[in-house]
Design a protein around this ligand. Structure first.
Ligand code: PLZ
Length: 443
C-alpha cells in the first residue's frame, strides 16, 4: 500500500468528479459497451480500506474489487514480491521452462485446502478457466460427462461456465448455445425456502440428480459453499455435507467452487472448513494473489492425475508474477492472522446490520460469514425482492463515498466484501453511511 494514502473517507468533488466524467466519455467511445462498471469513478490508488479516484476523492472500500484484494490493495508483501520477480523474469511459460514459484504455490494450496490426503494442484488465470479445468479433470477421472450445478449458481462467463451459471441476464442472454450435459438442482436457501433443514434440502436435490441425471452418468457436482453472485446464500447446516457424502458414495467428483469464498474471506481459510466438508476438488481464484490474475484447481492426487500428460495447461497459467503475489498473499494471511480478522469483521458488521433490520422492514435477511456479509431487500411485510431499493441504496452510498456492490438472482442483495486490511473505524463509518442511505431512500 502506498504509505501516504490517507485511511479516511474524503470527498473533494461531486461523485463522479470532472476527471472521472471525462474518462467515462473516453471509455464509452473506446471500450465495448458490454463491459459495464458499478461506479462511474476511475481509480488511481488503493490500499488498507480505501480507494482513491482521479478527482482526489477517497472511498471506503466494501467491495475489494469483488472479493479479490482480501489482504488489501497493493499489500506491502505482495508489492515487494512482485517487484522482485518482475526484475528477474516476467514469463517463461511453465510448460516450457518451469520455475519454483509455481511449485511453491501448488505446495501451499495442497497444504492449506481442506483434507490431509495427498493432493495435486494446477494453476490457471481466471476463476472460469479453473472451473472449466475442474470439469475436464472430473470427466477424465470418472469417464462420465454430466455436471450438476445449483439454482442461483455463478461459475463464470466462458461457454461451459455460462451453462453452469444460473442467471440469464446479464450473463447468458443472447450468448448461447451453451455447453451440453449441465444439469441444475435446487439449492438450500434458508430465507426463501422457509428454513427447510439442510438434510431435507439435500434430499430434494439428490432426488432430482438421481432421477433426472443418474449417478452413473455424472462426473461432478459443482457448488459454491456460500453462493456469491447468486446472493450470498449460506445453505442450511448439513446441506453441503449431505451432498458431499452422496458424491463420495456414488463415485461422483465433489467440486467446491471457492473462487469467491476462499482465502480467509469467510472467517475460515476456506468456506468448506466451517462444516468440515472435504471436497475432492477445490477451485480457487480472486483472493489467492492479492489482485494479480491467478486461479487453481487443487484436489485428490488420484483425481488430479487422471489427465494424460499435457492434457492441461495454457500459456499464462501460473504466471511467475502471479505466483510471487500468491506466496506473499498466503504469507500475509498467515502472519497477520487474517482468518481471525475476518471473524472480527463479521462480529462488527452483523449486529450493526441486524440493528438496522430491526428498525427497517425492507431488510428481509442479514446473512453471510466472516467478511462476506449481505442484506436481502424486500417490499415491507413480504419477501418480494426489491432490486430498485438495492440499487438506490448502493447509488446513494457511492455518492457518499462508499464502494458497495449488489448481487443476487433478483438483484436485491447488497453485499459487503471489505478487504481484511480495513480498520474498524472505516468499517463503522461505512455502516453509518449505509444506514443514512437507507434513511434517504425511505423518503
Ligand atoms: N466462481 C464463485 O464468484 C467470479 C464475477 C464478476 P472469474 N465472480 C465475479 C462478473 O460479473 O464477471 C466467480 C465466482 C465464482 C467463478 C467465478 C469466475 O471467476 O475470475 O471472473 O472468471
Amino acid at each position: 500500500m502506498t504509505a501516504h494514502l490517507q485511511q479516511r473517507r474524503e470527498l473533494v468533488t461531486a461523485v463522479p468528479g470532472p476527471r472521472s466524467i471525462e474518462l467515462m466519455a473516453r471509455k464509452d467511445a473506446a471500450v465495448a459497451q458490454g463491459i459495464g462498471t458499478t461506479m462511474p469513478v476511475f481509480a488511481v490508488e488503493a490500499g488498507g480500506g480505501v480507494v482513491k479516484d482521479v478527482d482526489g476523492n477517497t472511498f471506503i472500500d466494501l467491495g475489494s474489487g469483488i472479493a479479490v484484494t482480501t489482504v488489501g490493495n497493493s499489500a506491502p508483501r505482495v508489492v515487494e514480491a512482485v517487484q522482485r520477480q518482475v526484475e528477474s523474469f516476467t514469463h517463461t511459460c511453465f510448460m516450457v521452462t518451469p520455475y519454483e514459484g509455481y511449485v511453491a504455490v501448488a505446495e501451499a494450496l495442497n497444504r492449506l485446502t481442506p483434507g490431509d490426503h495427498e493432493k495435486r494442484s494446477a494453476l490457471f488465470n481466471s476463476g472460469a478457466e479453473a472451473v472449466e479445468n475442474a470439469i475436464k479433470i472430473a470427466r477424465a477421472h470418472t469417464k462420465r460427462q454430466a455436471v450438476v450445478v445449483f439454482d442461483h449458481a455463478y461459475h463464470g462467463r466462458t461457454n461451459l461456465t455460462m451453462a453452469m451459471t444460473a442467471k440469464s441476464m446479464p450473463y447468458k442472454s443472447g450468448f448461447g448455445p451453451f455447453a451440453p450435459e449441465v444439469y441444475r438442482a435446487p439449492m438450500s436457501y434458508p430465507y426463501r425456502d422457509h428454513a427447510v433443514s439442510g438434510a431435507e434440502a439435500a434430499r430434494d436435490a439428490i432426488t432430482i440428480i438421481e432421477k433426472q441425471v443418474g449417478a452413473a452418468n455424472l462426473a461432478a457436482v459443482v457448488i459454491e459453499p456460500i453462493q456469491g453472485e447468486g446472493g450470498f446464500i449460506v445453505p442450511a447446516d448439513g446441506f453441503l455435507p449431505a451432498i458431499s457424502q452422496w458424491c463420495t458414495d456414488n463415485g461422483v467428483v465433489f467440486v467446491a467452487d471457492e473462487v469467491q469464498t476462499g482465502f480467509a474471506r469467510t472467517g475460515a481459510m476456506f468456506a468448506c472448513d466451517h462444516e468440515g466438508v472435504v471436497p475432492d476438488l477445490i477451485v480457487t481464484a480472486k483472493g489467492i494473489a492479492g489482485g494479480l490474475p491467478l486461479s487453481a484447481v487443487t484436489g485428490r492426487a488420484d483425481v488430479m492425475d487422471a489427465s494424460h500428460v499435457s492434457g492441461l495447461g495454457g500459456t499464462y497459467g501460473g504466471n511467475p508474477l502471479a505466483c510471487a503475489a500468491a506466496l506473499a498473499t498466503i504469507e500475509t494471511i498467515e502472519q497477520d492472522g487474517l482468518v481471525a480478522r475476518a471473524g472480527e469483521i463479521e462480529r462488527l458488521m452483523v449486529p450493526a446490520l441486524q440493528k438496522l433490520q430491526a428498525d427497517d422492514d425492507r431488510i428481509g435477511d442479514v446473512r453471510g460469514r466472516g467478511a462476506m456479509i449481505a442484506v436481502e431487500l424486500v417490499r415491507p411485510g413480504t419477501d418480494e425482492p426489491d432490486a430498485d431499493l438495492a440499487k438506490a441504496v448502493a447509488t446513494s452510498a457511492h455518492r457518499a463515498g462508499v464502494i458497495v456492490l449488489t448481487c443476487g438472482t433478483f438483484g436485491n442483495v447488497l453485499r459487503f466484501l471489505p478487504p481484511l486490511s480495513i480498520s474498524d473505524e472505516l468499517l463503522t463509518e461505512g455502516l453509518q453511511i449505509l444506514t443514512h442511505a437507507f434513511e434517504e431512500t425511505n423518503a
